[in-house]
Design a protein around this ligand. Structure first.
Ligand SMILES: [Fe+2]
Length: 421
């Protein structure tokens, strides 16, 4: 498969996927959405272009989906939530696809079991490419022709679909890395890939402004519903680390038997670490006395100066206890982001917080199937803030709430510490 010249993880030229400006004419708005749609759809294909058709089938665990499934599922999302309800002329591409490519939307109908997505060798890669082209053409036609009275709702759903596809662009990367990490030949997603370099400069801890602060989305630009309503949070006297915890610091935790010291761990975390045999971050391997890690460029020596990646919430929590510190809450992190006191808040590692993923005060999910997007997951998971090296350009903001289960570590997850006065 031809490789694209576009650097798939480029963060240059970042643009928001919300292209609408005040006082645009309807034609200007249509043109802006068409351009945004093409850009986001093209980024998915640019990321997938590094992978063969065989690569795109594989599913290495229940939590990770095949690349081919991601490419089709984000397409199903536009077909189901945009085209079918809003384009009377739209003809569904294949009646079997909604069952195969619905993820978790119960209101949108029955669906194939998630752990078995890797068994779907057909439709094949080319079928999914044709599906994408069919839906692309229909969406662009709808953008051009939607009557003015329906335009606001159509563009609202289009924007959700674009942000949804950007979330899957990150998952496409994290899921194929997990698959490659199971492969004894240590394949590279992109041999030329280079890890982002952490910001140099002073380390240590900085004050977070204490008092009552507004957190949540401020209404400017796009957000997911879980970032609302904006509300007050009380921030105590505290400090937050300027920097992300590094591999060198993590090696100290390992050298001090951090993985073998139950008093550092939550009970669930200790049980998980024992069951899974954790002795190092995810994807780390020891050879000839040195540590290596599986990366997007294949197996590479662990760089002591780089931020640690692929740690679970349980490990982040244990490390914070080892260091005599805490994890920040999500509100503390967001206020610190607003105060611009952190380095590498975005673009390297999602940062675990000590906040459970819960609804903000007064949160209500939307009616209908799209209301299933976030709200029904608000139990038993922990919030991560920032963004990672796999997050597409333009898809990050201070109020963004990512969330994963405490044992998860196949995402690009790290941590920064907090301390209380
Ligand atoms: Fe999805």
């Amino acid at each position: 498969m031809a490789r694209t010249a576009i650097s798939p993880l480029s963060r240059d030229g970042a643009k928001s996927s919300a292209p609408v400006q005040p006082k645009q004419t309807l034609d200007e708005t249509r043109a802006a959405w068409r351009e945004a749609f093409r850009r986001v759809r093209g980024e998915t294909e640019a990321r997938a272009s590094h992978l063969s058709a065989e690569d795109q089938i594989v599913q290495s665990m229940a939590d990770a989906s095949p690349t081919k499934w991601h490419r089709a599922h984000v397409t199903w999302f536009f077909e189901t939530f945009l085209l079918k309800p809003h384009d009377p002329a739209y003809r569904i591409f294949d009646e079997r696809f909604p069952f195969l490519f619905n993820s978790y939307y119960v209101a949108a109908g029955p669906r194939h079991a998630r752990p078995q997505r890797g068994l779907i060798t057909r439709p094949n890669h080319d079928d999914v490419t044709a599906y994408r082209a069919h839906v692309d053409k229909a969406v662009e036609r709808l953008i051009e022709t939607v009557p003015e009275a329906e335009a606001a709702r159509v563009f609202e759903i289009l924007e959700i679909g674009l942000n949804h596809e950007q979330q899957h662009q990150e998952l496409l990367i994290t899921d194929i890395l997990h698959a490659f990490a199971q492969n004894p030949t240590d394949p590279a997603y992109d041999e030329d890939w280079q890890p982002p370099q952490p910001t140099q400069g002073p380390r240590g801890f900085v004050d977070v402004p204490a008092g009552i602060h507004r957190i949540g989305h401020d209404g400017i630009g796009y957000c997911f519903d879980n970032e609302t309503p904006r509300h007050d949070e009380l921030i105590p006297d505290m400090r937050i680390a300027r920097h992300l915890v590094t591999n060198a610091e993590w090696l100290q935790f390992m050298a001090a038997d951090g993985y073998a010291t139950p008093s550092l761990w939550l009970s669930d975390g200790w049980a998980c670490a024992q069951t899974e045999g954790w002795q190092a971050p995810g994807y780390w391997r020891q050879a000839d006395g040195a540590w290596f890690s599986m990366t997007l460029a294949g197996l590479k020596p662990v760089d002591p100066a780089a931020p640690v990646l692929h740690i679970s919430y349980y490990e982040a929590d244990a490390y914070a206890r080892f260091a005599g510190k805490s994890l920040p809450s999500e509100a503390e992190w967001e206020v610190a982001a607003g105060a611009a006191v952190m380095t590498d808040a975005f673009g390297i590692a999602w940062q675990w917080t000590r906040s459970a993923y819960l609804p903000y005060p007064g949160y209500r999910a939307a009616e209908g199937a799209l209301g299933e997007y976030n709200g029904k997951f608000m139990v038993n998971q922990m919030v991560l803030r920032g963004s990672s090296l796999a997050t597409p350009a333009g898809h990050e903001r201070a109020s963004y709430r990512n969330f994963f289960y405490p044992p998860s570590r196949w995402q690009f997850t790290g941590l920064r510490l907090a301390e209380f006065k």
